[in-house]
Design a protein around this ligand. Structure first.
Ligand code: ARG
Length: 270
């Protein structure tokens, strides 16, 4: 009997301890594990603009505040391989490069294209995914080519390469907005005629907004996504071999399939 009492006390103490420890660990945007890399579980801070499904987004429908997506899986994989914890900060796209310049982030993953202009201010990894620009417009509006946007109002994300592409279109009235979902709302409300967006992102918005359609346009300048770092960061040399390894091992393809190709790809945007 004494023995039983002892056992019960031990069990209840254990349950209580687990409950307290769990309660003291509220979920934050920190992810990753300390899988014994050389850096002893230090934290790297990544900045992103989580308005870009399926690259990075908050799935508001699920009620979770957690940022998820293709870039997040890659960031988790790399930092895990290098033995770092990962902290993710969500800011507007236009503020990402200034955040690196002010050393407020160790790296940026935001489907960011390594342009010559950006390379003056930050360093980039190798390109890990290619993309193409498209015109998004209401179905039947016949806005399918750059020429058709002459005299039209075109929404783009502030500071993006799409803003540059739209400004190159003769006669287009460019309306830069902070976040991608604002562009979709403006389009649906008829306050803009069209938007320029990357194909994979457009695809997600179209599948949840059947009144819209998208048409690819020829790529003129730089395209694709790379990881950005503060100028001179030693992390570039450490991230690149892991990106290469992800490409050759099939890990990257697995994530591409998960986020861009599967029938019910997560993060079908609203
Ligand atoms: N690839 C484009 C660029 O680098 C757009 C990226 C937008 N990313 C985002 N997370 N909103 O300009």
């Amino acid at each position: 009997m004494k023995r039983l009492k002892f056992l019960l006390t031990a069990v209840f103490t254990a349950i209580f301890t687990i409950a307290v420890v769990t309660a003291c660990n509220p979920s934050t945007t920190s992810t990753g594990s300390s899988s014994g890399g050389s850096s002893g579980g230090q934290t790297l801070t990544m900045a992103t603009s989580a308005d870009y499904p399926p690259y990075e987004f908050v799935d508001t429908a699920s009620g979770s505040q957690e940022i998820q997506g293709f870039d997040i899986d890659i960031a988790n994989y790399i930092t895990d391989q290098l033995g770092y914890q990962l902290q993710i900060n969500n800011i507007d796209f236009n503020g990402l490069i200034p955040a690196l310049q002010a050393n407020r982030a160790d790296f940026v993953m935001a489907g960011m294209t390594p342009t010559a202009e950006r390379k003056q201010n930050v360093d980039f990894s190798i390109v890990y995914y290619q993309a193409q620009n498209t015109i998004v417009a209401k179905k039947g509006s016949n806005l399918t080519t750059p020429e058709s946007l002459n005299g039209k109002t075109v929404g783009v994300q502030l500071g993006s390469i799409q803003e540059g592409a739209a400004k190159d279109i003769q006669g287009a009235n460019v309306k830069p907005l902070n976040r991608i979902n604002e562009i979709v709302q403006e389009l649906k409300a008829g306050r803009i005629d069209a938007a320029i967006m990357e194909d994979t992102v457009a695809q997600g918005f179209i599948s949840s907004n059947p009144d819209l359609e998208f048409n690819p346009i020829p790529t003129t300048g730089e395209s694709g996504s790379a990881i950005a770092f503060p100028k001179g960061s030693e992390l570039v040399e450490r991230f690149n071999p892991i990106l290469e390894e992800m490409k050759s091992s099939g890990k990257m393809e697995e994530l591409v399939t998960k986020w861009f190709r599967s029938e019910q790809a997560p993060g079908q945007a609203k």
